[in-house]
Design a protein around this ligand. Structure first.
Ligand code: PEP
Ligand code: MN
Length: 341
């Protein structure tokens, strides 16, 4: 069961809901989103009904949820959420273009990638300082030095930063630099990490586990929400199938399925799904057509010497075509390209 607070509910209103639930022997988890606060209730549902919570000041609705993910479910939340990252909206009215290098390798490479992103109309910069690599011998990222580079490049270009955190112990550090925290596919069920990002006030991009069902993914998002952070954007990045022609198989149906099940925004990563530069454009178009709320794309000034994922990185000439698509197609589908507020 969830209690949906009115948009003008006060902190005292929220606290009185929590107090009533706890008096009745239940637990209450408060999640604050940009638009409204939701209180998830765990315990005896019949006792909660008897409390008549709907009559309390600041309460907009009390809803019984039939799915296991309660706070991120669309059942109590018919309107889709917009998550705002340092002034950049990700939600139903816009199409957000995130671009940048897979990994931060140097100041020059990150700055050049960010300038490519700006020229293509991207409004958020991606780039990993902590890289979760399949091989322990592969480049693991520059760590805090990489975060410092991202910060300088943000000052230089104005692009807010989306960057990955791979360990719960690093969340505080990464949160000092990032505008949005990324949780990668390999960590989708790292519950300690999910809880740690859930206690920050930063928006979180949660990538789908490469072998996870949509329900498992939404339950992972629920871990973040349950710790108080509802500013979550889901990212479909391809899943494991028997097919070997592509790095992963982009599950494009995840976009409308997630939109039906959850109020959270969902974006698509066409770079990590296909793993091939030539597939980024068609997969991006597919994402737009399926109703995704944005894309996140790898770019690199010199992909041939990239330390990570060069084969999927776009260069300037590919980016020009993608920029045209991002500018022209979403408006045909009722969305504006996202711009900074
Ligand atoms: C990334 O976006 O840099 C990344 C590592 O992606 P994924 O977690 O989807 O593999
Ligand atoms: Mn990568």
């Amino acid at each position: 069961m969830v209690v949906v607070m009115a948009s003008d509910a006060t902190q005292a209103d929220v606290e009185s809901v929590v107090a009533k639930v706890e008096e009745a022997g239940g637990s209450a988890f408060v999640s604050r989103g940009v638009e409204r606060t939701i209180v998830g209730l765990v315990g005896d549902v019949e006792r909660f009904y008897a409390l008549n919570l709907r009559a309390l000041p600041g309460v907009s609705d009390v809803v019984r949820i039939s799915v296991p993910f309660k706070l991120v479910s669309s059942e109590h939340h018919a309107q889709r959420s917009t998550v705002t990252v340092a002034g950049v909206p990700i939600g139903p009215d816009t199409f957000t273009f995130i671009a940048g290098p897979c990994a931060v390798e140097s100041y020059e490479q990150t700055l050049e990638s960010a300038q490519m992103a700006v020229a293509a109309g991207a409004t958020l910069l991606r780039g990993g300082a902590f890289k979760p690599r399949t091989s322990p011998y592969a480049f693991q990222g520059l760590g805090e030095a990489g975060l410092e580079i991202l910060q300088k490049v943000r000052e230089e270009t104005g692009l807010p930063i989306v960057t990955e955190v791979v360990d719960a112990a690093d969340v505080e550090l990464v949160a000092r630099y990032a505008d949005m925290l990324q949780v990668g596919t390999r960590n989708m069920q790292n519950f300690a990490l999910l809880q740690a990002v859930g206690t920050t006030r930063l928006p979180v991009m949660l990538k789908r586990g490469m072998s996870s069902t949509i329900e498992e993914w939404l339950m992972a998002a629920e871990y973040i929400a349950q710790r108080g952070n509802l500013d979550i954007v889901l990212c479909e990045r391809g899943i494991r199938t028997f097919e070997t022609a592509t790095r992963n198989t982009l599950d494009i149906s995840a976009v409308p399925v997630v939109h039906a099940l959850s109020h959270l925004p969902i974006i698509v990563d066409p770079s990590h799904s296909g793993g091939r530069r030539d597939l980024v454009m068609p997969l991006s178009r597919a994402a737009m057509a399926a109703g995704a709320d944005g894309i996140i794309v790898d770019v690199h000034p010199h992909p041939e010497s990239a330390l990570c994922d060069g084969p999927q990185a776009l260069v300037d000439s590919d980016l020009r075509d993608l920029a045209t698509a991002v500018r022209t197609l979403p408006p045909l589908l009722g969305r504006a390209p996202a711009v900074r507020a």
